[in-house]
Design a protein around this ligand. Sequence first.
Ligand code: AMP
Length: 274
Amino acid sequence: MRNPVCIKQLRNSPYDPMCARGLQVPAGRPAKNSVQQVRAQPNWALRTLWRKVPNPFTRHIVSRPMRLILLGPPGAGKGTQAVKLAEKLNVPHISTGDLLRRNVVKKTKLGQQAQRHMVAGTLVPDDLVIEMTAKRLKEKDARKGFILDGFPRTLAQAKALDDLSDIDEVVNLFLDPEDLVKRSTGRAVCPNCEAVYHVLTNPPKRKGVCDKCGSALIQREDDKEEVVRIRIKTYEERTEPLRMYYKERGLLRDVYASGHIEEIYQRILEALRH
Ligand code: AMP
């Protein structure tokens, strides 16, 4: 006897080969046909993913698990690139800045402890961030890989991460400090869906309104110029040493982060190919 639960779950699901071809399985159709077809094509899900990746170079990247760190100062475009990479590689984008901001909005204990550091442009204490990130990395979706954006930011965090997971690649986005200030101060974010825009390089279709969910865009408190300068200095002192940490392990890929979003994205893919 076939397991009826499995059959029911497969039918009209993304794993049903009939649906994948745009065909609905008729309601009265014997469900075992779907199962038989899947069994006849054991690599069906893999091949579907493969076909979705048009570029032969990125196929190579998608075909292996990817536990990737995006390093770079505030304003280098880590968040924007992380979203694109996460979509391409089908792994979660884990931004410690976003996780902390959600805690601030929800007024959790962690949010209350983190808020004053975030507003001042300094780092939230290691133990708090490490605990939060460890919890997130244990979630099911992170088993297939992840893109870490904004973590680690200190040597202590990098060492803690070594105990939590293997890392496959570290992409370091670098840019001239004055460009960083321009980038950060022109940034607008959606407080609802966390989409990120920029007045010059990536403006929303309607000024001040999120393309994705229609909410009013805001400037983050820590994107004000004086705070941005403190954040860049904090980065240079606390996070920059991580470049050498990962370089010594042969994991580092430096990518110049000036130019259009798509241009930088292609540079990252190119760096990951080697
Ligand atoms: P981000 O959105 O990554 O620029 O992070 C915003 C703010 O959250 C930072 O300026 C820090 O105050 C805090 N933060 C985010 N990630 C970390 C981290 N890994 N360690 C310490 N503080 C962090």
